[in-house]
Design a protein around this ligand. Structure first.
Ligand SMILES: Nc1nc2c(ncn2[C@@H]2O[C@H](COP(=O)(O)OP(=O)(O)OP(=O)(O)O)[C@@H](O)[C@H]2O)c(=O)[nH]1
Length: 200
């Protein structure tokens, strides 16, 4: 165990999927949902796990699928987007660092989570880079970036990438990521019925 909380962002609308992505069956293990699988996975790497839903109605839907050790919280303000989910999760946690994942990433590898946790350092976001793109929804954030997120939200910014211009960031390049996840499967996210059937 370590001083890290696992935060699962699950407050989206799933409009492209047409049904709640958190409750999709896990490819290859249909008895599990995305949300139950990720909650269990993060529980094995992190001291605490927080699931961030957009509101209480959505949280109630997820409750039956979660181990009792997982804390369900809701966005400080709903319908703002993942930056608000990140803010709400970091604000609620009691550890110095969080590994953040999106609920629509069913292939996150434990070794990738461990790599992120091993890189933790004060006041620094540990940011995987894939194809030159920062993977803001699978990264490690220190709690100390909360005032910077607050600043962005007050400016009306909603994209988590806007935080990277203000914060100290340590990029993890693809070659390093591939040492623990050779095909970078951790970074696959599933947004549409076509993508789900591709992986099922
Ligand atoms: N807590 C929280 N999570 C969010 C919010 N918006 C999106 N997320 C999560 O962030 C991740 C990426 O979301 P997107 O795929 O961009 O958006 P989505 O709303 O889930 O899906 P679409 O409606 O198809 O765009 C998913 O895990 C979402 O559940 C939000 O307002 N609050």
């Amino acid at each position: 165990m370590n001083e890290t909380t696992g935060i699962i962002l699950a407050g989206g609308q799933s409009s492209r999927m047409g049904r709640d992505k958190a409750l999709l069956p896990l490819p290859g293990e249909q008895r599990l949902t995305f949300v139950s699988h990720l909650a269990t996975l993060l529980s094995s790497t992190c001291q605490d796990v927080l699931l961030v839903a957009r509101d209480q109605d959505q949280a109630n839907l997820y409750l039956p699928y979660l181990p009792s050790s997982v804390h369900l919280i809701t966005d400080a303000t709903p319908h703002i987007g993942p930056l608000m989910g990140l803010y709400s999760g970091l604000r609620a946690m009691t550890t110095a660092y969080a590994v953040v994942t999106a609920v629509d990433m069913p292939f996150v590898q434990p070794a990738l989570l461990e790599l992120l946790v091993a890189q933790a350092r004060a006041d620094t976001i540990i940011m995987p880079m894939v194809g030159g793109v920062p993977q803001v929804l699978l990264a490690l954030y220190p709690r100390s970036v909360l005032p910077l997120i607050e600043q962005r939200l007050q400016e009306g910014r909603r994209d988590p990438r806007s935080l990277l211009q203000l914060a100290q960031v340590l990029p993890l390049e693809e070659a390093q990521l591939r040492t623990v996840d050779p095909q970078l499967r951790s970074f696959v996210n599933v947004n549409t019925p076509e993508e789900l059937s591709f992986y099922t």
